[in-house]
Design a protein around this ligand. Structure first.
Ligand SMILES: *[C@@H]1O[C@H](CO)[C@@H](O)[C@H](O)[C@H]1NC(C)=O
Ligand SMILES: *[C@@H]1O[C@H](CO)[C@@H](O)[C@H](O)[C@H]1NC(C)=O
Ligand SMILES: *[C@@H]1O[C@H](CO)[C@@H](O)[C@H](O)[C@H]1NC(C)=O
Length: 446
């Protein structure tokens, strides 16, 4: 019964999104959009937007922005980038997120241009003029730390400070000993951002020795505005020369001036590049998927026990599940008594692997479709995954594709997450049962 309902719903969704856009390559719309844009460009050229050559050059920047607006408009018309689905069956609802990629090349091209365009850069701060050294300790899993690193660069820019390569979190739930240079290409990071912010690997000995006290440590409130940094943080930085900001996640406001937002994009989408061994292994897995299937879906499943306990939902595992998740939930003292039915009715419960499978089948992906499943620990393990595997027998994970090659990475959850990130990024369709950091960062990148 419920699966019929989901099927009908799937058909509706499919009609709305239209089939063309479910795959990234070989979409005739790429061409159509390209031509459309070309036509729009031509028309604009002949309708007085460009009065003279001289003006054309002097207004090139303005014109370019305008042109990108056109691109985005066209993209909005011909594709759906990241859809949040709210499904209802029986009297329950779920949320899930599907990202559909069709004409990425255009977006990347346009974004790449505006992000790269050197005229948009603020003039660089020279290290000599720097107000001091900013130490940053990030927090959370790989992708949460990634947002922290991105904001760290922007904060250094706001303060005219020299950034010391951020320290990664070794204490989080994910327990990974890796340092920045084990995951990201640190030299690339420094050189890519050289024109924006001076970055050094460590505070120079000379400065360390000249300090009479250890570096001042503070934690700023969530989503602080640039003014907060200028008023509260800068004076301390100038007095102490070296300042550490701890638990640095989401510490900078979302809305910033355009130049700073562009800097965010440069950091996140260009300067942060995984190390060569990680990139190579990720790419090998992509090649192996493509050898088996021309197109594949990447499913990012988060189904760890602690995440499920935190959600306060019920996933059908009977008293055993209620007890186990209930025990874990006690870790968070401030959480209210859970009300699973209510959460589900509000659509707040992540889809189970089985439900993700039903959703994909309802969207008409047949049992020959190849799935790459990116996940960490799955509550209930194989038993939880079995229904999804039955719906999609061509089911692959990094463990299955890499075998021995993955061994050196096994103790490092962040490096494993990086491999999943690469394969998900390269997939034709990306589906996730959560709207966490990885899904958001991938949506932005794709
Ligand atoms: C949802 O269905 C269950 C039975 O499956 C029922 O007990 C419950 O009252 C229903 N909730 C709502 C809000 O209709
Ligand atoms: C940073 O440097 C620029 C010029 O390089 C200057 O205009 C700006 O006021 C400085 N900001 C701070 C906080 O020192
Ligand atoms: C898909 O389903 C059909 C029948 O429904 C079956 O014959 C076929 O073997 C299945 N394919 C896979 C890969 O399991």
């Amino acid at each position: 019964m419920s699966s019929i309902l989901i099927n009908n719903l799937g058909a509706q969704i499919q009609k709305q999104c239209c089939n063309y856009f479910l795959f990234r390559r070989r979409s005739p719309w790429t061409l159509v959009c390209g031509l459309l844009l070309f036509a729009v460009g031509l028309i604009s050229l002949f309708t007085g937007h460009v009065v003279s050559d001289l003006e054309w050059y002097s207004h090139r920047l303005v014109h370019r922005t305008w042109y990108y607006k056109k691109i985005s408009l066209c993209l909005m018309q011909c594709r759906i980038e990241f859809i949040m689905l709210r499904l209802t069956y029986g009297n329950q609802s779920f949320q899930t997120f599907i990202m559909v990629a069709a004409i990425e090349a255009l977006i990347l091209h346009s974004l790449g241009h505006s992000v790269e365009s050197s005229s948009s850069r603020l003039s660089p701060v020279r290290e000599r003029l720097s107000k001091g050294y900013l130490l940053i300790a990030t927090s959370g899993g790989l992708n949460q730390q990634r947002t922290g690193i991105t904001d760290a660069v922007v904060v250094a820019r706001i303060l005219n400070a020299t950034l010391v390569v951020p320290e990664l979190d070794h204490q989080s739930y994910w327990k990974d000993e890796s340092d920045f240079l084990n995951i990201f290409d640190v030299d690339w990071f420094i050189s890519y951002l050289a024109k924006d912010v001076p970055i050094v690997k460590r505070v120079p000995e000379k400065v360390m020795r000249s300090m009479d006290k250890p570096p001042y440590t503070m934690r700023v409130p969530r989503k602080s505005e640039p003014d907060y940094y200028l008023e509260q943080v800068l004076p301390i930085l100038m007095r102490r020369r070296v300042l550490q900001l701890t638990k640095f996640d989401y510490r900078l406001a979302n809305d910033l001036d355009e130049d700073l937002q562009k800097l965010r994009c440069r950091v996140n989408y260009h300067a942060l590049r995984f190390t060569k061994p990680i990139r190579n292994l990720g790419q090998r897995l992509v090649t192996r998927m493509r050898k088996m299937a021309k197109r594949f879906i990447a499913v990012h499943l988060r189904f760890e026990p602690d995440m499920l306990a935190f959600s306060g939902c019920y996933y059908g595992g009977g008293d055993k599940e209620r007890h186990e998740l209930g025990e874990i939930r006690k870790r968070w003292e401030t959480l209210p008594e859970s009300s699973p039915d209510e959460e589900r009715t509000r659509g707040k419960c992540p889809l189970t692997p089985h439900e993700v499978g039903l959703l994909l089948r309802a969207l008409d992906f047949d049992n020959n479709t190849y799935l790459y499943v990116a996940s960490g620990e799955i509550y209930g393990g194989e038993e939880t995954l079995r229904p999804l595997k039955e719906l999609f027998p061509n089911f692959y994970t990094k463990e299955m594709l890499a075998g021995e090659e993955l061994k050196p990475l096994l103790p490092f959850s962040s490096r494993l997450a990086a491999i999943d990130y690469i394969v998900c990024d390269e997939s034709d369709v990306f589906v996730t049962n959560n709207n966490g950091n990885m899904a958001k960062i991938l949506a932005g990148r794709r």
